[in-house]
Design a protein around this ligand. Structure first.
Ligand code: GDP
Ligand code: MN
Length: 345
């Protein structure tokens, strides 16, 4: 069957958990896309997440894979998630693979042309990026949830998280939370910005006046993309945002344009451009206080009190301090930076 479910907590409902019957909870879960070969990294990620945060909350885990799960992986994950409900979902074929209008010969040419770009020669990476851009939020196992926290195998959480980020977001109407922002590799997204401008021209009414586009438009060369994006291997976000008519119409537009295959559009710039088009600055949040490590880069709180009390990371290694991060610019954005979309188009 497509879905398998374990519920070690039995009949416990959403609004109750042992000992915290009155604690507010939102309908939220962790989502981890993984390959069977990544079990060791999956174990590290879950262990740290449980230790730093979830052993106090028992938010459920949804584990996704484009292939049937190895029984060993399911067994091991269930052993680590303890009191949290854990479900394993195989991704439907129509969410992982070429749509009918993609010319696969042209896609293969693009992979050859981009063999020297990171993941540029990979077909599976492109299916993954398209899935994470347009389909993860449609998986049946996510239907009951309002928020998700994306986790990847092999990441680290280096600070105690002693509040509930889901509740934090829900109470403030925050739709998208990130830890790290970076600049994308230009060759992977050459036509993503032109396609996004096309989308805005054709769907002008979808883009509100108080958008956050100022963050992604180069101030020196107007109407160009500065390559800034939120790194999507960590995300805490609203599923309603991704299921919205705005987001879906944007994804469909990009999917038709074909850049997931004819270039190598990542889900990070796609999510980010959508967030900056459709959300206000105050609906996007930098979780500066969540210590997080993913290969190559990390986020580490600079506040000396927070850092010494809760973290094991070195703030001097935090990527927000370097020039190829865009987080400083994000934090400096004010309502006056609002971009005139008509001027852009
Ligand atoms: P990077 O973070 O861009 O370097 O790419 P990763 O290799 O970490 O892949 C991103 C996410 O997609 C991770 O959660 C991977 O486990 C997952 N992923 C990537 N390729 C595949 C694949 O072919 N199958 C499955 N099931 N997951 C994949
Ligand atoms: Mn990764």
């Amino acid at each position: 069957s497509l879905l398998t479910t374990t519920d070690p907590s039995g009949s416990l409902g959403w609004s109750t958990s042992p000992g915290h019957a009155s604690k507010p909870r939102v309908k939220a879960c962790f989502v981890i896309l993984t390959r069977n070969s990544e079990l060791a990294g999956l174990e590290t990620s879950i262990r740290q997440l449980e230790q730093q945060f979830n052993h106090r909350h028992h938010y459920p885990y949804v584990i996704l894979n484009d292939e049937p799960f190895a029984p060993e992986l399911e067994r091991s994950v269930r052993g680590l998630t303890g009191g949290a409900n854990t479900t394993f979902g195989v991704i439907p074929q129509e969410h992982w693979g070429y749509p009918s209008w993609i010319n696969q010969t042209q896609a293969a040419d693009a992979r050859r042309r981009m063999a020297n770009v990171m993941y540029g020669g990979s077909e599976s990476y492109r299916h993954m990026c398209r899935f994470e851009s347009g389909f993860f939020f449609r998986h049946p196992l996510l239907a009951e949830f309002d928020y998700y926290w994306r986790v990847e195998p092999g990441v680290q959480f280096t600070c105690a998280i002693d509040y509930d980020p889901f509740v934090f977001m829900h109470e403030r109407d925050i739709k998208y939370g990130f830890t790290i922002s970076l600049k994308e590799i230009p060759a992977t997204v050459e036509s993503l910005w032109p396609a996004t401008l096309d989308y805005m021209r054709q769907n002008r009414a979808m883009v509100p006046i108080d958008n956050t586009l100022a963050w992604v438009v180069d101030p020196d060369i107007p109407s160009t993309y500065n390559l800034c994006h939120f790194w999507s291997n960590f995300e805490i976000a609203s599923l309603a945002f991704f299921r919205s008519e705005q987001y879906l119409s944007y994804f469909n537009h990009l999917d038709r344009a074909g850049g997931f295959y004819y270039e190598r559009w990542g889900d990070a710039p796609v999510h980010s451009l959508a967030a900056t088009m459709f959300l206000r600055r105050d609906q996007i949040h930098w979780f500066q206080d969540i210590g997080y490590v993913h290969a190559s880069y990390e986020n580490c709180p600079s506040d000396p009190v927070i850092n010494s009390e809760k973290c094991t990371c070195n703030p001097r290694r935090s990527v927000d301090r370097v020039s190829f991060s865009c987080t400083r610019e994000f934090m400096h954005l004010t309502p006056e930076d609002r971009l005139d979309v008509d001027g852009l188009l």
